[in-house]
Ligand binder design. Structure first.
Ligand code: KG4
Ligand code: ZN
Length: 342
């Protein structure tokens, strides 16, 4: 065994300021997350300018806390990692600038990380035995993908959403039900009290054999249902609407993920992104994977939503490949999965 590699990782792509210390990509020494959700909630969504300002206010304390919880000084850290895309440009720039200054000041290598590759790597933290190849269902606020992970650095997109991401659909439907932002966790909770068979919402599978998704039709169907009820005076049961909507999302996600395992012959499926915190999705995937003989990997909820530890995990595999950025590293808000822009 070589020397242990400790990476200080920074994440600021959206509304969480986070820093973590991760050793050898799998051992989390600390994972500090400062959420801005309470600030953005009254606006019904993330306000980019406010997010950037709050990152600036918080980042120093968050990094300090990550180092002190890990009982490490900067001299014991081997590299600084940072999310450089995709995300909100102003928010990303705070983390990127901070990481650049830290790396330059300490003479440490700077490791740029793709946010979604971080979400995928979250699976390595608690599943020490998980190694590529595997299939990953990525479901976040901005992305919905079926990805074939061929190696730690080779990501093949098998399917993507053609319109709304799964998390976006959750948040929009929640808004229509007058639930506060972010709506995903609220729908998750409310659905437990509802009947998922009460309303038949469309299950959009697209063409035979396609791994792509489309959730905007489902979102419109929910909005139309609510409008129709309002116009005809029919009483709405929000729990039934939430549960029926959620079933339509989850049935499609599970069907496509399992189909990807069957098509590729890869019997390992991982789940990633904020929506993977959803209790019904976790339960249904577990059920179908057991039925199909597919081994399922799911991170604990704290590693599903945005966090620094997942960035530290992905960064380790970049580090050992020698993927180091210069001081000209910039934020790339539209960075594609598998792409390297530095
Ligand atoms: O991955 P993430 O933290 O941020 C992005 O990279 O986008 O995902 C945020 C998304 C939001 O849309 C939020 O509503 C959704 O994840 N989400 C959930 C749950 N927890 C978070 N959706 C459904 N059920 C949940 N329990
Ligand atoms: Zn995310």
């Amino acid at each position: 065994m070589g020397k242990d590699i400790a990476i200080l990782a920074i994440e600021s792509s959206c509304d969480e300021t986070s820093a973590a210390v991760v050793v050898n990509g799998r051992e989390v020494k600390s994972n500090i997350i400062s959420s801005q959700i309470n600030i953005h909630r009254r606006f019904g969504g993330v306000v980019p300018e406010i997010a950037s300002r709050k990152h600036i206010e918080n980042i120093d304390a968050v990094v300090d806390a990550a180092l002190s919880e890990a009982k490490m000084g900067l001299s014991e850290v081997d590299a600084i990692a940072v999310t450089y895309g995709p995300g909100l440009v102003g928010a990303l720039l705070v983390g990127v600038s901070y990481a650049k200054a830290l790396a330059f000041g300490c003479g440490l290598p700077l490791i740029p990380v793709h946010h979604i590759e971080g979400h995928i790597a979250a699976n390595y933290i608690e599943h020490k035995e998980l190694e590529p190849p595997f299939i990953c269902l990525v479901v976040s606020g901005g992305h919905t993908n079926v990805v074939k992970i061929n190696s730690y650095s080779d990501f093949e997109i098998m399917g993507h959403t053609r319109d709304d991401a799964a998390g976006e659909a959750y948040d929009k439907v929640a808004r229509a039900l007058n639930l506060p932002y972010p709506g995903g966790p609220k729908i998750d909770k409310l659905s437990a009290e509802g009947d998922a068979e009460a309303i038949k919402f469309p299950h959009v599978m697209l063409e035979e054999g396609s791994f792509d998704f489309s959730f905007s039709g489902l979102k419109s169907a929910v909005l139309n249902y609510l409008n129709k009820c309002a116009m005809t005076g029919q009483e709405v049961n929000p729990a039934d609407v939430a549960a029926s909507f959620q079933k339509a999302v989850i049935d499609v996600l599970c069907a496509k993920a399992i189909a990807a395992c069957q098509t590729t012959g890869i019997k390992k499926l991982a789940l990633a992104g904020g929506v993977s915190a959803n209790s019904a999705l976790r339960a249904e995937l577990k059920r179908v994977c057991e039925a199909e003989g597919v081994e399922l990997f799911i991170p604990s909820p704290v590693f599903c939503t945005d966090n620094g530890a997942m960035i530290g995990s992905a960064a380790y595999y970049e580090y050992i490949k020698g993927n180091v950025a210069g001081m000209d590293l910039n934020a790339v808000p539209g960075l594609k999965l598998g792409e390297r822009r530095y």
